[in-house]
Structures are given as structure tokens and as C-alpha cells.
Design a protein around this ligand. Sequence first.
Ligand SMILES: [Zn+2]
Length: 78
Amino acid sequence: MKLNRDNLKQLIRMVSMTTPEEIGCDECFDKLNEFAEMKLEGKSPEKAMPLVAEHLEKCGECRQEFEALLNALRELQA
Ligand SMILES: [Zn+2]
């Protein structure tokens, strides 16, 4: 199948919808719990949720939130 300009545009639009390059703090916060739980279970949330990991690297506020959550979960488990 050959791609013409319109196909290409459509394709780019589709890809950018399914894999947004960045997420915002709200989306990050929604997934933070799951992310922290995976982390505590010794899994790799960075691989399962790379966008969250990426956001945490960039956003100090969410990283603090994440670390607080991680500490709280650890205490719950202890
Ligand atoms: Zn954030």
C-alpha cells in the first residue's frame, strides 16, 4: 500500500491520538497510584506507563506527590 499525503496526515493524527507525547498533571495523578503500586511490587511501571515515568521526570510537583504516595504505601505495608 502506498501512502499519499492524505493517508499520511491521517496516520499521523491517529498515532498522535493513541500515543500522546506528553501527559498532564491530571492524567499523571490518575495513574500515580497504579504506578506506585507496581513500583512497590518490584515491577517496572516505567515500562508499563512510560508517559507517567516521563512526566515524573519532568514535573517536580508530581514527583513529590509520587514519593509521598510511595512512602505512604510503604508504611501501610510495614
Ligand atoms: Zn505534573
